[in-house]
Design a protein around this ligand. Structure first.
Ligand SMILES: Cc1cc2nc3c(=O)[nH]c(=O)nc-3n(C[C@H](O)[C@H](O)[C@H](O)COP(=O)(O)O)c2cc1C
Length: 362
């Protein structure tokens, strides 16, 4: 068992993409998520993407041989049909490869908050407790939650975590906590990266009864090292940084990552294993997930690598390689190879051809 539980953060709509889910898992992310859904939507559209169309990941293993936990995320408030939804999930869990139910108390979406869901519930801890109580009562699956430090930047998660440990103890599988608040208007993200207080307060609150998974702007060796040095979290959840560089999960398990940062500054060594990526894409090419292997989808995945690679070297993206230009530009296999050789010149054109041509050259 690895010292830290590693999670790939839910990022909609990427959370649906089987290539990315598997890529994160084989790099060490033991917890992966499916897209969030309201209980009432789940009950209305039970055969939609959340079920049959999401590729089971139960056969995949982390580098240390552990099986993957694949969860579904519910975004609910008191009064929603939580009981019916979790019972429904229970019935189909093994068929569709679902191992846990996560409850979202963190979403800051401008359409979500006025409906009193997601992060808005952090304003009213009673409503958080109510939603969890109902879910726990009617499922045999583990229940986890995802929160933020609070609704406002001045809030602390300590009292909520204390109440959660008193109410649920180890019936709550883990709490993933994003150290940013729900209301981010006045937030300076350079300070958030150095802020361990939300993690410390959550740990103090749960008194060792519920595992705490740290999330939010963890991108570099320095960030990982700083969290490890300052707080005793049980796990790390990485979102955006893993998209451009899935090897960040290996970096977390390194016993002394700071040594690794010497020479290449603050950044995790760019270890872009394209071979690994294309192997997974090949696997899904002809099955029901084939739509994730289109030129457009592969371009999207490669964009994360391009962005990460340039930003982490503090270099500007080449002209014409911004997100919207890259995604709107039409490529054929030849021009895509040329473009990739331009952005990753350390990989030969021949190698790019070897990876790209089999997909798009008839
Ligand atoms: C585009 C986008 C979509 C997201 N969707 C979800 C979601 O559906 N559910 C959720 O709990 N968090 C969602 N998040 C938040 C992430 O899970 C994570 O908490 C956040 O990105 C901070 O982690 P990071 O700095 O490692 O990316 C989303 C974040 C982004 C950027």
């Amino acid at each position: 068992m690895d010292k830290y539980v590693l999670a790939f953060a839910p990022i909609e709509p990427i959370t649906m993409n089987p290539i990315i889910r598997e890529l994160m898992a084989i790099n060490g992310a033991r917890l992966v998520y499916r897209p969030k859904i309201l209980p009432q939507h789940l009950l209305k559209a039970p055969n939609w993407q959340y079920w049959a169309k999401i590729k089971k990941i139960s056969q995949v293993r982390t580098p240390s041989g552990e099986s993957i936990y694949d969860g579904i995320q519910i975004i609910a408030r008191p009064g929603d049909p939580i009981k019916k939804a979790v019972k429904y999930i229970d019935n189909y869990a093994s068929k569709f490869g679902i191992q846990y139910i996560d409850l979202n108390f963190c979403c800051p979406g401008y359409k979500v908050l006025p409906k009193r869901r997601g992060g808005d519930l952090l304003k009213d801890p009673d409503s958080v407790i109510q939603v969890i109580s109902e879910a726990i009562k009617f499922t045999n699956l583990p229940i986890s939650i995802k929160i933020r430090k609070g609704f406002l930047n001045s809030d602390t998660p300590q009292n909520l975590c204390y109440r959660l440990s008193k109410e649920f103890g180890d019936n709550l599988a883990w709490i993933a906590i994003n150290r940013a608040p729900v209301k981010m208007d006045d937030v300076d993200f350079s300070l958030i990266k150095k802020d361990f207080k939300p993690f410390q307060e959550a740990i103090a609150g749960v008194e060792g009864k519920i595992p705490i998974v740290a999330n939010g702007s963890i991108e570099t060796y320095q960030d990982i090292y700083a969290v490890k040095e300052n707080v005793k979290v049980n796990g790390f959840m990485i979102g955006r940084a893993a998209l451009g560089n899935p090897s960040i999960f290996h970096a977390i398990l390194d016993s002394n990552p700071i040594e690794k940062s010497e020479g290449d500054g603050d950044n995790i060594k760019i270890n872009l294993k394209f071979e690994e990526l294309f192997k997974i894409i090949t696997k899904y090419q002809y099955g029901p997930s084939g739509r994730f292997c289109s030129m457009g989808e592969i371009k999207k995945i490669l964009f994360y690598y391009i962005k990460h690679s340039y930003e982490s070297q503090k270099k500007q993206l080449p002209a014409g390689y911004g997100f919207s230009k890259w995604n709107n530009q039409r490529f054929d296999s030849k021009s895509l190879v040329k473009a990739l050789f331009k952005v990753f010149p350390t990989i030969s054109e021949e190698t790019w051809k070897k990876w790209i041509y089999p997909f798009f050259t008839k």
